[in-house]
Design a protein around this ligand. Sequence first.
Ligand code: ATP
Ligand code: LTN
Length: 334
Amino acid sequence: MEQTTRRKISYSGIQPSGVIHLANYIGALRNWVALQEEYDCFYCIVDMHAITVRQDPRDLRENTIAAYAMGVACGIDPVKSIFYIQSHAPAHGELAWVLNCYTPFGELGRMTQFKEKSETHADNINAGLFTYPVLQAADILLYDSDVVPVGEDQKQHLELSRNIAVRFNGIYGDVFRVPEPFISKSGARIMSLADPAKKMSKSDPNPRSYISMLDPRDTVIKKFKSAVTDSESEVCFREGKDGINNLMIIYGVVAGKTNNEIEREFAGRGYGDFKMAVGESVADFLSPIQEKYHGLMADRAYIEGCWKSGGERARAISNRTMATVLEKVGMVRR
Ligand code: ATP
Ligand code: LTN
């Protein structure tokens, strides 16, 4: 760990396991982008994590490229930040193996994402799904990361990463920086539009439950019009009004308004008007991102150049950390 004045480091990853949706943006990506102002940033498309669930190879490759382009379209600067594809830096897998040997089985068994995914993928409960959070810890620890911008659902994995780092440091000295989660106060858990008791998720079979970042305008408006709310009519942020609270959070982010402003704007106007306004604002918000995305996808050479250079920079740094780790645990130098 360097002790000279260094900029703090932000690290995060997203799986290319399907379309990127509005909750990924609100819960995570917008913070990735914002942190670029003050932090040195590493952002990663975690294709190695994605194969813990069976993937069609062609889809995985396309989804990886699409997720990368979407990251850039949302504002990740591939020159300023190191934006890369996980499998392009082999130290991730290497460190994950080492850390597996320092992670108790029982701690992994308590991970709620593992329990949930074992239920939804009961036909393929593989060892990778079980050790998934160790690979995540490796991602983070390789880059000396200070903060990890994620949604609320990743809190438990972050806690495990911290435990792994502390345990390893306890044995070998200060090898890893212990990272902090960076979770927004508002928007860290965006709920499904079809069932406000469940989180918005790209693996939800009902496409009405989420807004893809690529949904066309009329689809966005239709989905918000049919969003499940409650039987009252007052637009206000209150416990028990999960559907409306969720729409208020989304509207607040895309239109830059506070809850008070939203309540005043829709006083006496009912849910119909409100849902329409949310739909239109989200569509307006997505439109320039979609335009940028399609431009990038049409210029494969440009984004390929970006991920190759990101991969090179990530490899150089992660290989250095890996060499230190191997030396600490007692491997003979190559
Ligand atoms: P799946 O739902 O299929 O497990 P996912 O949509 O959670 O996938 P990930 O790649 O696992 O997507 O997550 C990327 C980032 O988006 C993570 O930081 C995660 O915490 C965040 N995120 C995912 N869903 C939500 C949500 N509903 N609200 C806020 N943030 C979310
Ligand atoms: N596990 C995360 C994705 C992820 C990640 C990371 C997030 C993989 N590696 C490193 C932050 C830092 C998820 O399922 N959303």
